[in-house]
Design a protein around this ligand. Structure first.
Ligand code: FEO
Length: 157
């Protein structure tokens, strides 16, 4: 049993975030399956890859909580949302999920700062950076999608 080096107040949101990362993985998995059966093989591959990344994020939280003397609790994962209407809807919703996740990470970093828990603060920084990368990547895909649909519309007129 390790000496506990995180507060009860910190352990709770860390545990919630672990489940949230598992939820993110379910969202990617479900959207990937939707993309695959709708003939969007490239997007499906992208989403499957991200599903794996989210599972790794979940495991990072689990290890961190346990390494700091807490207890990572594996909880039920909320069901993923309904299928998107089309590719644009899929990308917009994926981006919104990531933005919501970034806000959730920010709360942990903020609490770590308040508690002067520099180990968790440092751990959280990795996720802050990761979320910037993920939001940027999906924003780029969304820009490309919007450009392509605008062009298609112009060609039709
Ligand atoms: Fe691990 Fe993109 O949230």
């Amino acid at each position: 049993m390790k000496t506990k080096r995180i507060s009860e107040k910190m352990e709770k949101p860390l545990n919630e975030q672990m489940t949230r990362e598992a939820f993110q993985a379910q969202v990617y998995l479900s959207y990937a399956s939707w993309a695959e059966v709708n003939g969007l093989a490239g997007i499906a591959a992208f989403l499957y890859k991200h599903m794996n990344e989210e599972r790794q994020h979940m495991f990072k939280f689990l290890k961190f909580i346990n390494d700091r003397g807490g207890h990572a609790l594996v909880q039920a994962i909320e069901a993923p949302p309904v299928d998107p209407k089309d590719l644009g809807d899929c990308l917009r919703k994926t981006l919104q999920h990531e933005i919501d996740n970034s806000k959730s990470i920010d709360k942990i970093v903020n609490l770590a700062h308040e508690e002067k828990d520099w180990a968790t603060f440092n751990f959280g920084q990795w996720f802050v950076k990761e979320q910037i990368e993920e939001e940027t990547l999906i924003n780029k895909l969304l820009d490309q999608y919007n450009l392509a649909t605008d062009q298609k519309r112009q060609n039709e007129n």
